[in-house]
Design a protein. Structure first.
Length: 554
């Protein structure tokens, strides 16, 4: 560890550490892999790394923390300290580093205790604007939850987490954030395809930032062990710290036990947020890839960016995760069902605290209608049809028909989802002629040879139905286009773009990470100088690892 420099800006962060102050700690401080009982977390120090280099940071997250957006470009000492701190080499004053204990269902099977095996939170801070945020280093070495693994992360997965967290935020999708990406200077051995070819890769650490990293699995762990004291403490902590609006007036600062009704209301809110989250993923074409219960945030944030992917060509059956290639449990079109299943597991974990099980069941049963309502509003927005169009049952049915037919039509030929919606915004509602209409959306098609007469006829029939719906809505083309372009992004983190940034970074050129981050900060804007990044995935990326499929190895 480096010397503590008392006058450094990072020592002025205000650590509040509510999680570690208010919840029981593991009394054992060894990092040896083991079952941790009766504790919400274990205190653990990040492992030192040999030569931290800051590759990229998010100006918006820096500002949230009260740091200058561009850090300290003229102060190498401050900048170096930033790299040391967010590589885990120096603890800022007030930090209370720890790894959380949680369990989970992985691919539908109960996996028992998991926990932060390669993530170490530095602690929770209070920002200048009054927000509580936890800073967490991912890839910072062994914890009691590392099981047989090394607690480290490699550059490729860290670039992907760093860029995607920020891209999702700028798209308006709830997510954990990323402050920084540092190279550790150490090598990490990974067998990327689990095929007996381990290779040394560059080690890296992302500092993730979120109001909380609590997952469904945090509650499953004590519930699975009948540790009702810990379960109650965790639930009460979560509600008091992160959902105080659910507490009866006057009870916010109190310590009276939280009632079953409030716990059920909280679960209802988690159901609502989770449904909304999947709707947002559907809107932008994001596939999480590993929706295990330990990877679902209690706050409804996208969390744990592993083998995620973005739809290039629209395909509800697509999953980026090679580990899931057989069953495709976590495919794009299945994410809502899986979220519902995961919520059922969370609900089961809460049963011991809510004698009236019907309250939890009722909350869980709201998921399908909650999801459908939000999904319909989202689809209406994507199609530029005003909310009024889905105000009554007839309007909703028309929209449902239009959407069902669109999802079918989008799979007739390989169609780039992102480009399709941007082009659709340009379609004049009175444009005549099949050829003319198809010309407007032509860019979205990967294989023009698939567009035979019959396919074109089906696509165009949908376009004509859409035009009629637009005209019936009374919305003028200009306002529709503007509105659509605020919900249909032009730029997403296409899998191949992330891979290009990784390839360059692995050979020492980090510039594309910053460039991509800059473009993705304004995903709905036209950025003519970066037009190429809004185009279809190039052919070479069709089957290249990292561009079309990913493993969990990171
Ligand atoms: P994930 O698939 O990333 O959600 O991880 C599932 C579990 O494995 C979590 O408990 C992780 O902390 C743990 N884990 C994943 N990768 C590593 C690693 N390289 N070292 C230690 N633990 C890990
Ligand atoms: Mg995880």
């Amino acid at each position: 560890m480096n010397d503590h420099s008392a006058d450094h800006p990072l020592d002025r962060l205000t650590f509040t550490n509510r999680f570690t102050t208010e919840l029981p700690a593991d009394p054992d401080t060894r990092v040896a892999p083991r079952q941790v009982t009766g504790a919400a977390f274990s205190r653990v120090t990040p492992s030192p790394v040999s030569a931290p280099t800051l590759l990229a940071h998010s100006p918006e997250v820096a500002e949230m923390l009260g740091l200058p957006a561009q850090l300290w470009p003229d102060d190498p000492t401050a900048l170096d300290d930033f790299a040391q701190v967010f590589a885990g080499n120096r603890l800022p004053a007030g930090a209370d580093p720890h790894a959380m204990a949680y369990a989970g269902h992985q691919f539908g099977n109960w996996a028992g205790q998991l926990g932060d095996g390669r993530a170490i939170a530095l602690g929770e801070i209070l920002t200048p604007s009054g927000e509580h945020l936890t800073l967490q280093l991912k890839g910072s070495g062994l914890t009691p939850y590392s099981r047989g693994a090394d607690g480290l992360a490699v550059l490729r997965s860290s670039v992907r987490e760093f860029l995607c967290s920020e891209a999702m935020h700028h798209l308006g999708v709830p997510t954990t954030r990323a402050l920084s990406l540092v190279l550790t200077g150490d090598k990490v051995v990974r067998d990327m395809f689990y095929d007996g070819n381990p290779k040394p890769e560059l080690g890296a650490i992302v500092c993730r930032v979120a109001p909380s990293f609590i997952r469904f699995g945090n509650f499953q762990l004590p519930a699975s062990r009948d540790d009702l004291d810990l379960l109650r403490q965790l639930v009460e902590f979560t509600i008091r710290s992160h959902f105080p609006e659910l507490l009866p007036v006057g009870a916010v600062g109190g310590d009276k036990p939280i009632s079953a009704e409030v716990i059920a209301a909280w679960f209802t809110e988690v159901v609502r947020r989770t449904a909304q989250l999947i709707v947002e993923w559907t809107r932008v074409g994001f596939v999480h890839g590993v929706m295990n219960t330990d990877n679902l945030s209690i706050l409804g944030l996208t969390i744990d960016y592993g083998p995620y992917g973005w739809l290039d060509d629209f395909d509800p059956d697509w999953t980026p995760n090679t580990t899931d290639a057989g069953h495709r449990r976590y495919r794009f079109g299945q994410q809502a069902n899986i979220a519902h299943w995961n919520l059922a597991q969370l609900g089961s974990a809460l049963v011991p605290l809510v004698a009236e099980v019907e309250l939890l069941q009722a909350a869980l049963d709201r998921f399908p209608s909650e999801y459908q309502r939000a999904a319909e509003a989202m689809m209406a927005a994507k199609l530029g049809l005003p909310e009024a169009a889905v105000d009554d049952e007839a309007g909703r049915q028309t929209l449902r028909d239009l959407q069902t037919e669109l999802w079918r039509v989008l799979t007739l030929a390989e169609t780039d989802m992102t480009i399709f919606y941007r082009r659709l915004a340009d379609l004049p509602s009175d444009l005549d002629g099949r050829h003319e209409r198809m010309a407007v959306i032509a860019d979205a098609y990967y294989r023009p040879e698939q567009l035979d007469t019959d396919t074109i006829a089906q696509i165009d029939q949908w376009l004509v139905a859409y035009q009629a719906q637009v005209r019936a809505s009374g919305c003028d083309d200009r306002s529709r286009r503007q509105a659509m372009n605020t919900v249909n992004p032009k730029y997403v983190l296409r899998n191949y773009l992330a891979q290009l940034a990784i390839d360059a970074a692995e050979s020492g050129d980090h510039s594309m990470i910053a460039e991509l981050l800059d473009v993705l900060r304004f995903p709905y804007d036209e950025q003519p100088e970066h037009e190429a990044w809004a185009g279809r995935r190039p052919d070479w990326a069709r089957s290249r690892p990292g561009c079309s499929m990913l493993s969990c190895s990171s």
